[in-house]
Design a protein around this ligand. Structure first.
Ligand code: NAD
Length: 439
């Protein structure tokens, strides 16, 4: 089976590499020439555990190819996945220009029956637009070629993307023909040998499923963040509350860890896009609107605590910041809370010394010399008036506190992810601020 994957970002590259791993012939296409040249040399544009092995192995076996020419790649393809970005447009809606551009090129150059699968996260109704775009392109060149469209939203988690793709909890596929369903069932069969389901449904429902999943997860996070903020005010410990509610099977233990707000390339934009879709249908989503507002506010919770500790004046102070990626095991800093926090510190006249195990290249680009980026976590604490833990990378869990204390001007820690034990930290001699566990 010949597969084309358009867009070689977090989703497209993982999709292409994993599909080639089960023996199909895959061409990954991107408009970014440098990315494609690097990938041909085995250099990956992103950090994703296990992905480099897959790319190098399958490229060397001749099953995985990289190209900038969709026009050529699409010839003879059985399935084309669209995995390009759908960034937030100015009005909050998902910007579909890249998806539809790709659909047009496919329509202009396909030469036989093809299933065009949208993997990008797109609003309900996009499948129909993709179909219309391809049909129009075919008509313009008087080509009478049969094709189907399908929706196959991606649920992978950055940092565990390869595992999620190879062993998914479920695969959701929206189709409108038996021919497309049979082909995609065949393609995905090797990934559900664990017995997990492939859920076939109509295209609108598949598109909606992706937004509903992200909206539900974002809701759990914002809900728990509000409970944590209230715990702070009433003197309760949210860590205990979390365990207390998480042991209820109806609630579950996952996604109820309070923190400094969700970030990344998906939750913020997908929540906003779903709110927009609802508005366009005259049905404002009140819960989700609050989820979004709470999240924006939560990114500032650490700054509020910093302000309180330093009597609203941290001008001239030095802060060590640990973790810049929006979550561990990725180098992705899109919408990362670290950016909001660091911007506020710099605005208040502070100096920032920061470290992240894999996002330093990205951070250099974002902060453009305004932040001192250190080679390791300990160096970031030199002469710091406080340490702020932003991303809970494993290597930050058990640091040498003695060395850190001797490095720092003052022993103050703001733990944005509640990874340290408040009592222990106080015993060591730190003034400790967590989320929802201290007054
Ligand atoms: P990304 O920004 O990492 O990658 C997108 C890629 O598409 C880029 O390399 C870009 O150069 C390429 N591209 C843009 N226009 C193109 C065109 N016309 N032809 C060929 N290539 C083109 O994006 P991503 O994080 O992989 O996300 C892709 C889609 O998947 C988005 O809709 C996103 O919401 C969704 N998604 C992302 C994740 C995630 O964790 N990142 C998870 C699930 C779904």
């Amino acid at each position: 089976m010949k597969i084309v994957v358009v867009g070689t970002g977090y989703v497209g590259l993982v999709t292409g590499a994993c599909l080639s791993e089960v023996g199909t012939d895959v061409i990954c296409v991107d408009v970014n020439v440098n990315k494609i040249e690097d990938l041909r040399k085995g250099i990956l544009p992103i950090y994703e555990p296990g992905l480099d092995d897959l790319v190098v192995r399958n490229s060397s076996k001749g099953r995985l190819h990289f190209s900038t020419q969709l026009e050529e790649a699409i010839v003879g393809a059985d399935v084309a996945f669209i995995a390009v970005g759908t960034p937030q447009g100015e009005d909050g809606c998902a910007d579909l220009q890249y998806v539809l551009q790709v659909a047009r090129t496919i329509g202009n150059h396909m030469n036989g029956y093809l299933v065009v699968v949208t993997k990008s996260t797109v609003p309900v109704g996009t499948g129909a637009k993709v179909k219309e775009t391809i049909a129009r392109a075919l008509k313009e060149r008087s080509a009478n070629i049969d094709f189907d469209v399908a929706s196959n939203p991606e649920f992978l988690k950055e940092g565990a993307a390869v595992d999620d793709f190879l062993k998914p909890d479920r695969i959701v596929i929206g189709v409108e023909s038996t021919r497309a369903q049979t082909l995609l069932h065949h393609l995905y069969d090797p990934f559900v040998l664990n017995g997990h389901p492939i859920l076939f449904m109509d295209i609108c429902s598949a598109e909606m499923t992706k937004y509903a999943a992200n909206a539900m997860l974002a809701t759990k996070i914002s809900f728990m963040n509000e409970i944590a903020n209230l715990c702070d005010l009433v003197g309760a410990n949210v860590n205990e509350v979390r365990k207390g509610i998480g042991s209820d099977m109806r609630i579950g233990t996952r996604f109820i860890y309070p923190g400094i707000g969700y970030g990344g390339s998906c939750f913020p934009k997908d929540v906003k896009a779903l709110i927009k879709t609802a508005e366009q249908n005259d049905y404002p989503l009140r819960i989700l609107t609050a989820v979004d507002t709470v999240n924006e506010d939560q990114k500032k919770v650490i700054i509020r605590k910093v302000n309180k500790h330093f009597d609203n004046d941290f001008n001239g102070k030095t802060f060590a910041v640990w973790g810049l990626a929006f979550k561990p095991n990725t180098d992705d800093m899109r919408e990362a809370p670290s950016i909001t926090i660091i911007d506020a510190l710099l605005e208040g006249g502070a100096t920032v010394q920061a470290y992240d195990p894999v996002s330093m290249k990205e951070a250099k680009h974002i902060f453009n010399g305004k932040v001192l980026l250190t080679d390791d976590a300990i160096t970031a604490t030199k002469n710091a008036d406080a340490l702020i833990l932003v991303t809970e990378w494993p290597e930050f869990r058990l640091p040498d506190w003695e060395v850190i204390q001797s490095n720092m001007e003052k022993s103050v820690i703001f733990d944005g992810r509640n990874i340290y034990n408040a009592v222990e930290m106080k015993e060591i001699g730190f003034e400790y601020y967590g989320i929802g566990i201290s007054r």
